[in-house]
Write a protein that binds this ligand. Structure first.
Ligand SMILES: [Zn+2]
Length: 271
């Protein structure tokens, strides 16, 4: 599943190149997760002014309204001047005078939705409950600690929920908790100010590193045939059950939390 770093790298791969493009036509394939929400003809003649990201949503600012895109479980976006005819899994083309933006999505959990503006009910259903951006200025240690104080669930689950801070997927949650030395099952409201500060820094660190890794392969990424994939991070604990912890040598442990696998080190993450 594309996580926040992949979505941000996707944005970086075409945001500058599509800015100012005039929409000439659209092509819709099989139905995606939600309907487009506008007659496709009404997009023709509008310009793509900018591409922003909110959580795992990409927001294309048009002359009138916003096109919200989500990559779902298996989606990827490519923007290219020359595009081959759409294949079986290509379900949306935005054809502009500067190139074609194509959504390739075998499992079709992705989405392209037009909204009149971000305050509209349809936009708010998607964006309204998102927590703060982990790489933005609103994510700061004191506010993070205060938000954790209000949650009685395990810190790992709170991170994955996206209600406090968005985009910390399973891999990044495990890695950040390890770097911060925090037990994944610890209740969020038991986390001290100092530990919240460490976790804040660790979340930024793992996500920024993943974006950098993706960015360093940006050329390949944007020219690829649409295969997304995790950027090859050197994981400290994720996926390493039974292997020695890279810090202390004790075996990395695995447990289930809310249907997801958690990897952690008992020695390094406090009993
Ligand atoms: Zn350890």
């Amino acid at each position: 599943m594309p996580e926040l770093p992949e979505v941000e790298v996707t944005r970086l791969s075409f945001a500058d190149r599509i800015a100012g493009a005039r929409i000439e036509s659209t092509r819709l394939g099989k139905p995606l997760r939600w309907p487009l929400g506008i007659q496709p003809g009404k997009l023709v003649g509008q310009h793509v002014r900018a591409v922003r990201r909110r959580g795992k949503y990409l927001l294309l600012d048009l002359d009138r309204g916003v096109l919200i895109m989500h990559l779902g479980m298996s989606g990827s976006l490519i923007f290219a001047r020359e595009m081959p005819p759409p294949g079986h899994h290509d379900h949306f083309d935005l054809v502009t005078n500067l190139g074609v933006l194509r959504l390739h999505d075998p499992r079709r959990f992705g989405a392209v939705v037009h909204v009149p503006d971000e305050a509209s009910p349809r936009a708010q259903r998607l964006l309204g409950r998102l927590g703060v951006e982990p790489l933005g200025p609103d994510f700061e240690p004191a506010g993070f600690h205060a938000a954790l104080k209000r949650r009685n669930a395990a810190i790992k689950s709170v991170l994955l929920s996206g209600h406090v801070v968005v985009g910390v997927g399973n891999i990044y949650a495990c890695e950040a908790l390890f770097l911060a030395g925090i037990r994944p099952t610890l209740k969020a409201n038991r986390i001290t100010r100092a530990a919240a500060g460490r976790l804040h820094a660790a979340i930024r660190d793992v996500l920024a590193r993943a974006v950098r890794l993706g960015g360093s392969t940006l050329r390949d990424f944007s020219n690829a045939k649409g295969e997304s994939g995790y950027f090859q991070m050197e994981a400290m604990v994720y996926g390493r059950a039974g292997l020695p912890c890279k810090l202390c040598g004790q075996p990395v442990r695995q447990l289930r939390q809310g249907q997801r696998s958690t990897y952690w080190c008992r020695q390094c993450q406090g009993g």
